[in-house]
Write a protein that binds this ligand. Structure first.
Ligand code: SAH
Length: 361
C-alpha cells in the first residue's frame, strides 16, 4: 500500500516545523515565513512562496504538503450567515458557519465528524460519532473561511460550536487553538476564541491548566440531575453538581465570565421554577446565561417556546442579578443554526444519510 511519508504542514505547530526544517539542514527561521504564507496570505503552493530560497522550495515540494479542506458547497442565508460544506482529505464532510457582525465576524467551527454526546435536541447528536478531526482540519476550517470571505488580514472570532464536542477531542482541539494563536499566522488571542462544551470533566479540569485559555461556554440546559441525565446524557457520568463545582474552580480572568448555554424547550425546562433554580445553581460562579430558544427540526421531539415565555424566563434571571442574553438564531433558513449541522456524504451508508431516510427527506 502507498503511504505518504511527506510532512503535512497543516498539522504542525511552528516549533515542529522548525525542527523538521533543521533536520533537513535548512535554517529554522524559514518556518516563520512558511507559516506567514499559509495563514496570512492563504498560499499553499510552495512554488509561490517567493521569499524562500529556490532549493528549499524544491525540497518542500518533495517532502512536505499542506492539506486544506475543500469547499464543496456554500449557502448564504438572508441574514448573511453563510454555511460551508467542507470535504476532508478522506472524503468525509463537515460544516462550518460564518456569522457576520455579531458585532464581530465569527466563524463557527467543528471539532469532530458527527458527535458522540447524543443531546436529545441536537441533530448532530442524532447523526452519531464518526471520527475526531485533526488539529490541521480544525485550524484549516478557519483558514478556508477567512480566505473565502476575504478576511485573512482582519480580526475575527471563532466559536467551537459546530459539529462535535471539543473536549471529547482534546489534544487536536488545543493544538489547533495554539496554531491559530501563533503570532506569525493569525495571532489570535484566547479572548477571540470560545470553547463550548457539555462538560467532559477530566478534560475541563485539564483545560483549567492551559497557558492558552479560550473563553468557556458550558452547555447546561437543565437545572436538575434527573432532567439533565435525559437531555445531556453525559450527565450520567459527570453530573451537574460536579460540573458546577469545576466551574467554580475554573480560573476565570478578570472582567470575564463563563457563559452558560441553556436551550429552552417548551414545557420541559422553561418554567419560572426552572429559572429560579438556575439562579440558585449559579450562585457564586462568575457566569452569565445565554438562552437558546430551540431551533426546531424534523426528528427533534421538542418545541420552541413563544418569545413571551423566553422573555419571562430571562426576566426572572435578570431580576435576580444574573446577566442574561437571548441568542438570536441565525441562518435558520439554510439549516445553519445551532444544533442543525448535519452532513451527508455520497456514500449511502453514512449516519447522515440514514437519518435523512428515517426522517423521510
Ligand atoms: N458540543 C458542544 C458544542 C456544539 S453545540 C456543546 O454541546 O457545547 C453549540 C450549542 O448549540 C450547544 O449549547 C448546544 O447544546 C446547542 N444546540 C444544540 N442543538 C440545538 C438546537 N436544536 N437548538 C438550539 N441550540 C441547540
Amino acid at each position: 500500500m502507498f503511504t505518504d511519508s511527506r510532512i503535512d504542514i497543516a498539522e504542525t505547530e511552528l516549533a515542529e516545523l522548525e525542527r523538521a526544517l533543521a533536520a533537513l539542514g535548512h535554517p529554522r527561521f524559514h518556518a516563520r515565513q512558511i507559516v506567514q504564507w499559509i495563514y496570512k496570505r492563504g498560499i499553499t503552493d510552495f512554488g509561490q512562496m517567493s521569499d524562500l530560497p529556490r532549493e528549499l522550495r524544491t525540497h518542500l515540494a518533495s517532502d512536505f504538503l499542506i492539506t486544506t479542506p475543500i469547499v464543496e458547497r456554500m449557502e448564504r442565508s438572508i441574514d448573511g450567515t453563510t454555511k460551508f460544506l467542507l470535504r476532508l482529505a478522506d472524503g468525509k464532510h463537515i460544516e462550518s458557519v460564518f456569522i457576520p457582525d455579531t458585532p464581530a465576524q465569527t466563524f463557527c467551527i467543528s471539532t469532530q465528524v458527527g458527535c458522540a454526546m447524543k443531546c436529545a435536541f441536537c441533530l448532530t447528536g442524532k447523526m452519531g460519532f464518526d471520527r475526531n478531526l485533526t488539529a490541521g482540519e480544525i485550524a484549516g476550517q478557519v483558514r478556508v473561511l477567512a480566505q473565502e470571505l476575504g478576511l485573512l488580514d482582519r480580526r475575527f472570532n471563532i466559536v467551537l460550536m459546530g459539529m462535535g464536542e471539543p473536549l471529547h477531542n482534546y489534544e487536536s482541539t488545543m493544538k489547533a487553538l495554539r496554531m491559530l494563536a501563533d503570532e506569525h499566522g493569525f495571532g489570535m488571542s484566547g479572548r477571540r476564541m470560545t470553547l463550548s462544551t457539555v462538560g467532559v470533566l477530566p478534560a475541563l479540569e485539564r483545560l483549567a491548566t492551559e497557558p492558552l485559555m479560550p473563553n468557556l461556554a458550558i452547555s447546561l440546559h437543565s437545572t436538575t440531575e434527573e432532567q439533565r441525565d435525559l437531555l445531556v446524557p453525559i450527565n450520567r457520568k459527570y453530573g451537574l453538581k460536579e460540573l458546577l463545582d469545576a466551574c467554580r474552580r475554573f480560573p476565570v480572568k478578570r472582567r470575564e465570565r463563563i457563559t452558560f448555554e441553556y436551550v429552552i424547550l417548551q414545557d420541559v425546562n422553561d418554567s419560572p421554577e426552572d429559572a429560579r433554580r438556575l439562579v440558585r445553581l449559579l450562585h457564586g460562579i462568575r457566569g452569565k446565561v445565554n438562552l437558546l430558544p430551540l431551533n426546531e427540526a424534523a426528528g427533534i421531539p421538542f418545541e420552541r417556546p413563544s418569545d413571551a415565555r423566553v422573555d419571562r424566563f430571562a426576566r426572572i434571571l435578570s431580576e435576580h442579578g444574573v446577566t442574561v442574553s437571548v441568542r438570536k438564531s441565525r441562518g435558520r433558513d439554510i439549516r445553519a443554526a445551532c444544533g442543525q449541522l448535519i452532513t451527508e456524504s455520497p456514500n449511502a451508508t453514512t449516519p447522515g444519510k440514514r437519518l435523512a431516510m428515517l426522517m423521510g427527506t
